[in-house]
Design a protein around this ligand. Structure first.
Ligand SMILES: Nc1nc2c(ncn2[C@@H]2O[C@H](COP(=O)(O)OP(=O)(O)OP(=O)(O)O)[C@@H](O)[C@H]2O)c(=O)[nH]1
Ligand SMILES: [Mg+2]
Length: 351
């Protein structure tokens, strides 16, 4: 108990915040499936439902990675250097990236030797364990301890920002959070309407201006709204494209200045959305966006639409930014907190 209190006091900055987290840190209640309110648990958001959707979403990647690995393991039947080379080839062509693939196979060689693995099933299990360890990150939970906290969603056009915000708002609401969304993509004509459809579906508030308005003014209004309505989390949609890339970056910097000025000391999650189907391009996008703010996490979308889901391993090891959520479809429940053991289980099964 004393330890819990110390944690809350140490972490929280206002009386309001302390009260909210006397029992446990707020971020724990956000991504931990155990905390889903029983009354709100539907077949679609229970663990089984989540896992089923994840498995369905990863079907193409499973066919491209796991099925090919299994074919090679069956045809070899024994563990030798040639087998390692075949496996390396599969990982590289499934978009895990050259460096990451070489690293995985090097670790596999060492593990096979150290643990004296002599059968192909043992090799399969070892690959699964190595990939899971590559994906694990201790910072994969959202840190939303203050009230309000802010999530700013950024990324190039078409990657899935608005869609992910709708799903995220729904997810957080289901976890008992009061959510407001700010429509700060005022550039594209249909952007505000599209966001409104999602926030209506999720049953959360939307703060909007008209097309062409100053995005920072939208954020400013949304923050005042959150303060007066005791909102837990403000999620900000942003434009993926302006007239020039420089304009876009300046606009985003201005948005962050307003948030820091109006909510000093608040927890801010800057989530970069990346489209899994764009492959290695994602790495350069992350570099560009990290100029405007330190990225606290990634949302990797459209994993269901690609056989190249191996990109998630490459992104994690090249960028070293935790993947916090993954998109595995276009429905409301198709955004999931990224859970490496479950992800690898959905990919490899427990054969
Ligand atoms: N299959 C699949 N489609 C997705 C997923 N996430 C987003 N999409 C689709 O991707 C398209 C673009 O999504 P948006 O949310 O509009 O992307 P955006 O980043 O907001 O785009 P801009 O506002 O133009 O910058 C839509 O057709 C979405 O339905 C996903 O996880 N799986
Ligand atoms: Mg959008």
């Amino acid at each position: 108990m004393a330890k819990d209190k110390w944690f809350s006091w140490g972490k929280k900055k206002t009386a309001e915040k302390q009260e909210e987290t006397l029992d446990k840190p707020a971020e724990e209640s956000i991504v931990d499936e155990e905390d889903v309110n029983i009354d709100q648990a539907t077949p679609e958001n229970t663990k089984v439902g989540f896992f089923g959707r994840l498995k369905d979403g990863l079907k193409k990647t499973r066919d491209s990675i796991t099925q090919r690995i299994d074919e090679v393991l069956v045809s070899f039947g024994k563990v030798d250097e040639e087998l390692f080379e075949e496996l390396e080839e599969i990982l590289i062509t499934s978009d895990m990236g050259m460096n990451t693939s070489l690293m995985i196979i090097d670790e596999l060689r060492e593990k096979v030797k150290a643990e004296k693995i002599t059968d192909t099933q043992g090799v399969r299990l070892a690959i699964k364990e190595i990939i899971a360890s590559k994906l694990t990150d201790e910072n994969s939970r959202l840190k939303l301890g203050t009230k309000p906290s802010v999530i700013v969603v950024i990324g190039v056009n078409g990657v899935g920002k608005t869609t992910s915000i709708g799903k995220l708002a729904h997810y957080l609401k289901q976890h008992g959070k009061k959510v407001t969304v700010a429509a700060a993509d005022t550039f594209r004509a249909a952007a505000i309407d599209q966001l409104e459809i999602w926030t209506n579906k999720a049953g959360v508030e939307l703060i909007k201006h008209t097309e062409g308005a100053d995005p920072s003014a939208v954020i400013f209004d949304a923050i005042q709204h959150c303060k007066s309505k005791n909102t837990d989390i403000l999620i900000c949609d942003t434009a993926g494209r302006l007239h020039t890339k420089k304009n876009l970056m300046e606009e985003l910097k201005k948005i962050f200045r307003i948030i820091h000025r109006e909510l000093p000391g608040s927890d801010i999650e800057t989530l970069l959305v990346l489209d899994a189907t764009t492959g290695q391009n994602a790495v350069s996008q992350a570099r560009t966006f990290s100029e405007v703010s330190e990225l606290s996490g990634l949302i990797l979308t459209k994993l269901d639409g690609t056989a190249k889901g191996g990109i998630i391993v490459s992104i994690k090891s090249e960028l070293n930014i935790p993947v916090k959520f993954i998109g595995v479809g276009e429905q409301m429940n198709d955004l999931q907190p990224f859970n490496p053991p479950e992800f690898v289980e959905a990919l490899f099964g427990s054969q």
